[in-house]
Design a protein around this ligand. Structure first.
Ligand SMILES: Nc1ncnc2c1ncn2[C@@H]1O[C@H](COP(=O)(O)OP(=O)(O)OP(=O)(O)O)[C@@H](O)[C@H]1O
Ligand SMILES: [Mg+2]
Length: 369
């Protein structure tokens, strides 16, 4: 009897539900990577076990998360590009037809925050883009490619199990390629970071055009027999939208406040009038009251984050979020330090509230699903 119970506990532990959250916007430089790092750290500080996944061949997240042990930039970059276990080595068994199964990646514990791990990126990950694109186009009609569409999802699930993760945050590259199509369509949730400018309005518009195509593909792939019976089965399609994050750090002709406000309104309007109908038609929304309970309206703005100013440079230097830099790391005195400490408190609250919303939205779905 006891052994049955133990087996059940083990089963429960192995099948603990991890929430995979993709941070996606094909527009570059909208703070996907910075938000992944600051948000992931905050979730971990609230007791969650979190894996940050760097899927961008630029490896910026790996660069921020790995604490530098050298002053020499070249040596630091070498270290970032040369992790022994990363997204590319993890997928190599499937993509390079190696005679071994995909195994969990040896994530790197991120220094300074318990329960936070990095699944490193690799500059060569982009080499898998074309093969994955062909595999996704053919969706199982060529036997040798059938294991690829489910491979990334399999790697992330195995890694989540190994590290007993509650959350996986996926930092994506700024592209509409096959890898991003796969990452987004096999995630549980997605967040869209934006900056308050015209390019982000354009990006929300084009996202509204691309999502129906990607969703149609994912629905088809998730019921395709060949893909379902592959070594790495294509998962069920269950993606849900969490919301947008507006970062207002771009200075437009020195008149940030008024100009930002205009762009924030334009982004919110584009979400309400163009993106929302697409989300509804493709069943990408949680029940409406889940959002309203979190104070979100039909613009789905989760939070607005202002300019980190000098804190961003220190954050990158010390591989520490803007709100968690210590007095020693700030290296400032007097009024400058006081101002920065006040800003840090503000950012801490912003990220703490954002993390609470994400926990509430994602767990509401787990209960209702
Ligand atoms: N709130 C902020 N205040 C000031 N600077 C910021 C803020 N958020 C991000 N940045 C800076 O803006 C730049 C772009 O941010 P980041 O690299 O996170 O964007 P990204 O969306 O990941 O870019 P990419 O699309 O190239 O991957 C970086 O130099 C980062 O340090
Ligand atoms: Mg990035």
């Amino acid at each position: 009897m006891i052994s049955v119970f133990k087996r059940f506990q083990k089963y429960q532990k192995q099948n603990k539900m991890v929430h995979k959250i993709a941070l996606f916007n094909h527009k570059g430089g909208v703070s996907k990577t910075t938000t992944t790092f600051n948000l992931g750290w905050m979730l971990a500080s609230k007791g969650k076990r979190v894996i940050l996944v760097d899927t961008d061949p630029q490896c910026n997240l790996t660069g921020i998360a790995l604490k530098e042990e050298t002053e020499d930039d070249e040596a630091r970059i070498e270290k970032i590009y040369d992790t022994h276990s990363n997204i590319k080595t993890g997928l190599a068994p499937a993509f390079e037809s190696q005679p071994r199964a995909i195994q969990a990646v040896d994530c790197i514990p991120i220094q300074g925050q318990e329960g936070l791990f990095l699944l490193p990126g690799h500059v060569g990950f982009a080499e898998y883009e074309v093969t994955l694109g062909i595999a996704q186009e053919l969706s199982g009609s060529i036997q040798t490619l059938k294991n690829l569409p489910g491979a990334i999802s399999d790697l992330l699930e195995k890694t989540a199990n190994k590290f007993n993760a509650d959350y996986i945050l996926i930092d994506m590259s700024p592209s509409l390629g096959a890898i991003n199509q796969n990452l987004l369509m096999t995630s549980d949730f997605f967040l869209v970071p934006t900056t308050a400018d015209f390019f982000s309005v354009m990006a929300i518009d084009s996202l509204s055009r691309i999502l129906p195509k990607w969703c149609a593909w994912a629905r088809m792939a998730s019921v395709n027999h060949i893909l379902k019976e592959a070594t790495y089965p294509f998962p069920e399609f269950n993606l849900k939208f969490l919301g947008t994050i507006v970062q207002n750090y771009r200075i437009i002709r020195g008149k940030e406040t008024a100009a930002f406000q205009t762009w924030i309104e334009k982004i919110e309007n584009t979400v309400t009038h163009k993106l929302l109908p697409v989300l509804e038609q493709n069943n990408l929304l949680l029940p409406k009251q889940v959002y309203t309970e979190q104070g979100m309206s039909s613009s789905f703005t989760m939070t607005k984050i202002s300019n980190f100013n000098s804190l961003i440079a220190l954050s990158q230097e010390h591989s520490t979020p803007v709100y968690a830099l210590t007095i020693e790391q700030l290296r400032q005195t007097g009024i400058v330090r006081e101002n920065n400490q006040a800003k840090q408190e503000e950012f801490k609250k912003t990220f703490s509230d954002l993390a609470d919303k994400i926990i509430a939205l994602s767990s509401s779905y787990a209960v209702s699903a």
